[in-house]
Design a protein around this ligand. Structure first.
Ligand code: PEP
Ligand code: MN
Length: 336
């Protein structure tokens, strides 16, 4: 449940409510807006049933929260969250473009792509060093060597960097080299990994699971938040449906649902959603139009020779024209 204080409630009265809640063994999440203070209560609220909190000074009302996630809920935290990644910010004022190859393949490839996406206006360079592939015989990524190239690209171009982590060892290694980690669709409910990322405090992008409901996805985010890491960004990357014309089905309505239920930023990845490079630009525009806080797209210097996800990767010229196009869309969406 949440306890909404009256506008301009006195500090002492807020503190009295917080103390009562904590004295009963529950946790508090305080959200102090310009006008109203909201006290989120985490734990078994039945112990507060006979405490008459609604009669306490400056308490306006009590609203039950029926969702099982709390910290991810807009009710607990009515202001949109802004996540700092290096010198950039992901949130309601910006449109963040994450771009780069599916996998870091070698030093030259990554640096060439990094220079290009930087020139076109991206903020964050993506590149997988630990690749969760469907087949065990497919390219599995360069591991630490790939992370070193990401660091080199970051230092040369000033781009922030993101890479996927698939387990705790990869996480411990990745945080030494990159600005943000990604939890992939296949690991969305790897609860141990979610907890470790939560403890690390590192900015994280949590992709939606292949067949996950929005509720399950927000509960996965709750695992990270509840370990004390507020730097969570969601990523809609398409879900499994009966449709086979595209690799997955991009659920753009999820962006609207997330905005209605959560304060966390949400990014759209039309590359993995469709698997087809020519669908990436129109769906990027649609994502911006429906309120996404950014996009993640795969870009490769030579998609024909890519070691993974070539068919969905943009060539440099397509990425450059997409970025030009986005200028107008960004203005319409009121983002910088
Ligand atoms: C990726 O971003 O490279 C990736 C593997 O994505 P997903 O987890 O969405 O399949
Ligand atoms: Mn990929």
């Amino acid at each position: 449940m949440i306890i909404v204080m009256k506008p301009q409630a006195e500090r002492q009265n807020v503190e009295n409510v917080v103390k009562l809640v904590e004295d009963n063994g529950l946790k508090v999440h305080l959200s102090q807006g310009a006008e109203v203070t909201i006290i989120g209560v985490i734990g078994d609220k039945t112990v507060l049933m006979d405490k008459n909190i609604e009669l306490m000074k400056d308490v306006d009302k009590i609203i039950p929260v029926t969702e099982s996630y709390k910290l991810a809920s807009l009710k607990f935290h009515p202001e949109p969250t802004r996540v700092k990644v290096g010198k950039y910010e992901i949130g309601p004022d910006t449109l963040t473009v994450m771009a780069g190859p599916c996998a870091v393949e070698n030093e030259d490839q990554l640096l060439e792509v990094a220079r290009e996406v930087k020139k076109d206006g991206a903020q964050i360079l993506r590149g997988g060093a630990f690749k969760p592939r469907t087949s065990p015989y497919a390219f599995q990524g360069l591991g630490e060597e790939g992370l070193k190239y990401l660091k080199e690209a970051q230092e040369e171009t000033g781009l922030a960097t993101i890479t996927e982590v698939t387990n705790e060892q990869a996480l411990a290694m990745a945080v030494k080299y990159v600005d943000m980690v990604q939890i992939g669709a296949r690991n969305m409910q790897n609860f141990q990994l979610l907890k470790e990322v939560g403890k690390s405090g590192v900015p994280v992008m949590l992709k939606r699971g292949l067949s996950a409901t929005i509720d399950e996805w927000l509960n996965a985010a709750e695992y990270i938040l509840s370990e004390g890491n507020p730097n969570v960004v969601l990523c809609e990357r398409g879900i499994r449906t009966f449709e086979t014309a595209t690799r997955n089905t991009l659920d753009l309505s999820a962006v609207c649902v997330i905005k209605a239920k959560s304060h966390l930023p949400v990014i759209v990845d039309p590359s993995h959603a469709t698997g087809v490079w020519s669908y990436v630009a129109p769906l990027t525009r649609a994502a911006v139009a429906c309120g996404a806080d950014g996009i993640m797209v795969e870009v490769h210097n030579c998609p024909e020779k890519a070691l993974s996800d070539g068919p969905q990767s943009l060539k440099f010229d397509s990425f450059a024209s997409l970025m030009k196009d986005l200028e107008g869309y960004k203005k319409l969406a009121g983002r910088a």
